[in-house]
Write a protein that binds this ligand. Structure first.
Ligand code: AMP
Length: 194
């Protein structure tokens, strides 16, 4: 059992690196952004609510996200036992505190946080290109700017939160995909797994 949070600004490569981590270590992937985009595509009530925040570049309220996460954990109990990579969660201090509690109730914890460090200019560039390539609705310049503001004000404080717990591993995130993954594997290969 090995639970990882992949942490970083929007566009820092969390989704891409999650795939590589899963290939090597075989955990279960929970991407809250993907869960929400799926709800939007299916036209559910949650999707409608999520869309009203996502389209503005804002975070969905914590109490909604905690229900989303609890539901993901509860609906995949066997996968969760093998370990999870949390991608896009937590994004606020209250979410991080709730995650610790939810995992504690399941007799486990966050083992490590992998923080991808990428400059804002590079993030902006990557997300504009991703928007052009995929049509992802929140990858437009104004929304990207707001998402970066939200990241710096609400999400970045989590770095200190996890550093204080001795769990934060800083990874240079600006190289190519395999180079960045090499740095991640260098850390994860050496982590104790209890
Ligand atoms: P992502 O795919 O992780 O970049 O998430 C896309 C969008 O979904 C974010 O910009 C937020 O609006 C929303 N979202 C995803 N995860 C969370 C979360 N943990 N808390 C609040 N909002 C979230």
């Amino acid at each position: 059992m090995f639970n990882i949070v992949i942490f970083g600004a929007p566009g820092s490569g969390k989704g891409t690196q999650s795939e590589k981590i899963i290939e090597r270590y075989g955990m279960y992937h929970i991407s809250t952004g993907e869960v929400l985009r799926d709800q939007i595509a299916r036209g559910t009530k949650l999707g409608e609510l999520a869309n009203s925040y996502i389209s503005q570049g804002h975070l969905i309220p914590d109490e909604v996200m905690l229900r989303v996460l609890a539901n993901e954990l509860d609906s995949h109990p066997d996968e969760v036992k093998k370990g999870v990579i949390f991608d896009g969660f937590p994004r606020t201090i209250p979410q991080a505190e709730a995650l610790a509690q939810m995992l504690n109730e399941r007799n486990t914890k966050v083992h490590a946080v992998v923080g991808l460090e990428v400059d804002d200019d590079e993030l902006m560039d990557r997300m504009i290109k991703r928007g052009q390539a995929t049509g992802r609705a929140d990858d437009k310049p104004d929304t990207i700017r707001e998402r970066l503001n939200v990241y710096h004000s609400q999400t970045q404080p989590l770095k200190k939160f996890y550093k204080d717990l001795g769990k934060y591993h800083s990874i240079p995130g600006e190289g190519d995909v395999d180079t960045v993954f090499g740095h991640i594997a260098g850390k994860l290969d050496n982590l104790p797994r209890s």
